[in-house]
Design a protein around this ligand. Structure first.
Ligand SMILES: [Zn+2]
Length: 443
């Protein structure tokens, strides 16, 4: 049982998580037909290869990004200018025998919806709009990229269209990124921009390949999707590593908390869906733009379909020995992609409505029968929820609403055998990400 250090904590019951009906509307608010229209429009540019034509109005990556910007501008006009739409551009030096053989402009298309309470705190949703054919440097062949990553780009645009109807406490950034197929170049660029501008990023939901429900091995699954996350921040200091060795936390870094949060929202808002956490940075030996954010120390996850179909990725469009190759829209599953996009939108909304997570969460209780937690209050929080679980559990199994206190003692719960965390809760029941405690050292 809980011993409250401050007696005033006894009162207010917590608004249950997910009690805000808007979250459920948002999760169902992206129509499959809207995803399909957006994906087919992206495919209509023939190729969106990073080194393809930038002058034509109908073909190539230049035409594609101008269309994405126009679409986001239109959404901004419909919400009275609630989105700041622009390009995040940079030039990359080319080098022979690489995936960037000549100097090329990397142009991300970005829309920013400023938060009304914590505009300096950011949540991001990203997908890459560039595409490729069989040869990674072939900038002229058709590369429809309907699922890789027209589907993720459509999730970004449709999330903007839907969420622009609401106002949020925190800032949401919608990012259509370029250069992923040439080496995560757009992700690196936006992560660098974010770092330079001092964005306090709570999380990045990177959607890459979310629209195919028939796997190469014949599996058909339009309910499961995967959330990949790195175990701990790659930017942790040597001191943090040394501390972790004796206190635990090897699978509890910020990206992992974001992955669990996304999983929790999915279970709440679309219970027929089966979010699958994968405790790995990305698919075996492969990459995505979330990694570029991780490299800068930001929490970021990859959201992707359950079973990929390699005949439909990075392939020239053709039929060979009766097998149809190519990433064409006719083989995409738009209802499946729309459900995943809806989960993205609901996760962004929940995070952007929640108070900031508690800071300076400290854990004590060695050589004792109970565990004590303390933290700094978060602005706007109406209370806090403590989470804990057995060390071998992948997900938080226990939680307790503790009200407005900033320290608590969990009697009879051994520090040695459990992992702990604290989340802030806002007036509508929206919860922040879980903050994993530090032991002495500052994070
Ligand atoms: Zn991709």
């Amino acid at each position: 049982m809980l011993t409250f250090i401050f007696a005033l904590a006894l009162q207010t019951p917590a608004p249950p998580a997910g009690s805000d009906p808007r979250l459920h509307d948002i999760a169902r608010g992206i129509p499959p037909a809207a995803m399909e229209v957006t994906v087919r429009k992206l495919v209509s540019f023939g190729t969106r290869h990073t080194m393809s034509d930038t002058v034509s109005t109908t073909r190539g990556i230049g035409a594609a990004r101008r269309w994405i910007k126009t679409e986001l501008d239109r959404i901004a006009a419909d919400c009275g200018g609630c989105l700041e739409v622009g390009y995040d551009r940079g030039t990359l030096k080319g080098a022979p025998n690489t995936r960037v053989t000549r100097d090329v402009e990397i142009v991300n298309v970005i829309a920013i919806q400023r938060g009304k309470v914590h505009p300096d705190r950011y949540v991001l949703v990203t997908g890459h709009y560039d595409s490729r054919a069989t040869d990674p440097n072939d900038a002229t062949s058709d590369a429809p990229g309907a699922v890789d990553d027209g589907s993720g780009t459509a999730a970004v645009i449709e999330a903007a269209r839907l969420l622009s109807k609401y106002t949020f406490d925190k800032t949401i950034v919608y990012g259509a990124l370029a250069g992923e197929e040439q080496g995560l170049l757009g992700g690196q660029q936006l992560a660098k921009t974010a770092k330079e501008k001092g964005w306090v990023i709570e999380g990045v939901l990177n959607n890459d390949i979310i629209g195919n429900s028939e796997g190469i091995g014949g599996q058909v699954d339009n309910l499961t999707f995967r959330i990949f996350s790195e175990p701990v921040a790659v930017t942790d200091t040597e001191e943090e590593r040394r501390t972790r060795r004796v206190t635990g936390g090897e699978i509890d870094g910020p990206s992992r908390q974001l992955a669990r949060y996304t999983h929790g929202i999915a279970r709440l808002v679309l219970p027929q869906m089966r979010p699958k956490l994968v405790y790995r940075l990305d698919r075996f030996g492969r990459g995505g733009d979330h990694r570029a954010f991780n490299d800068q120390g930001f929490a970021a996850v990859r959201i992707t379909e359950a079973f990929e179909n390699y005949n439909r990725q990075h392939q020239n469009v053709r039929t060979e020995k009766g097998i149809a190759y190519g990433d064409v829209p006719d083989r995409a599953d738009f209802p499946y992609a729309a459900r995943i996009a809806g989960i993205n939108a609901a996760t962004l909304a929940a995070l952007a409505w929640a108070p900031p997570p508690p800071t300076a969460v400290r854990l004590r209780g060695g050589v004792s029968a109970s565990t004590a937690l303390s933290w700094q209050p978060a602005p706007g929080a109406t209370g806090y929820r403590i989470y804990w679980r057995d060390t071998t559990e992948p997900l938080w199994t226990n939680s307790r609403w503790v009200g407005t206190v900033t320290q608590v003692s969990l009697d009879g719960i051994l520090i040695d055998d459990h992992l702990f965390g604290v989340a802030s809760v806002g007036p509508n029941g929206h919860e922040s990400l879980v903050t994993f405690p530090t032991i002495g050292g500052a994070r």
